[in-house]
Design a binder for this molecule. Sequence first.
Ligand SMILES: [Zn+2]
Length: 222
Amino acid sequence: MDITESDILFFQRAIRLACEAERHNNLPIGAVISFEGKIVTEGKNAIWFPTFNPNRHAEIEAFRQVPEHLWEYSRRMTLYTTLEPCLMCTGAILLHQVGRVLYGSADHYGGASQVIGHMPTYFEEEVSKIEWLGPAYPEECDKLFKRVMVLVEKLALMPNKRMKPTLLSRILVRVFSILKRIESSLVTLRNPQGGLCASRYPASVPLCIKISLIANVRTAEP
Ligand SMILES: [Zn+2]
């Protein structure tokens, strides 16, 4: 699949956003929306912290910040996302009538590409009007997807997924966030060329999530 140099630059920004989300103990997924060759808005996954909110996907976060006066040009916008959009985000993409979508890594677990061709008539009409490309940058984004799956599988082991972070868990998350930043700085010092971010926290992220989940209190909701 051919992508341009500017596509790569936008993907790299989305990857940095994904890494920021990971540092804040959310899933490493990022998205940007470009218009006229410039980024107009960006978003990163925020489903777990600061509060549990499963619809705060990177794409939705980006859509929420598009300046209202630009929506009339939505067909000229491109959405870049590090991971294949899910059903919810695909619906949002079609409703917002974005002209072009590039996703970095294929999501065989929750990606919506496999339902294209089996959607209600309105959505099928809309999807035929957009350019839907992916996986467009697997060489970098597949690493992020692997880390997403590790975190999702860890959460699946928890007996009750409906949790709210307590004060203690927030403090622990903050402490581990600082520790990870220190670790990141040390890694960067040792390796000034750095790269994008892949594999900087192979051990500390699962540990951090584990501790923060242990510290959570399950709600009494049925
Ligand atoms: Zn989504």
